[in-house]
Design a binder for this molecule. Structure first.
Ligand code: SF4
Ligand code: SF4
Length: 55
């Protein structure tokens, strides 16, 4: 399992700085690499639009 970012992402960049394993990539909507994500949940807590949830 990994966390996923949905269409509520406003590309603010907050989550990228919070991820301890650098699993998040920039884009129009940010993307989490499921093979790298360790399911820690830190990014979900930091997201201002609650766009990140467990898959
Ligand atoms: S913190 Fe939330 S809104 Fe900001 S880039 Fe990450 S997923 Fe998108
Ligand atoms: S849940 Fe943790 S490891 Fe996975 S993308 Fe978010 S901050 Fe990174």
């Amino acid at each position: 399992m990994a966390y996923v970012i949905n269409e509520d992402c406003i590309a603010c960049g907050t989550c990228i700085d919070e991820c301890p394993v650098n699993a998040i990539s920039e884009g129009d909507i940010y993307v989490i690499d499921p093979d790298t994500c360790t399911d820690c949940g830190t990014c979900a807590d930091a997201c201002p639009t609650e766009a990140i949830h467990p898959a």
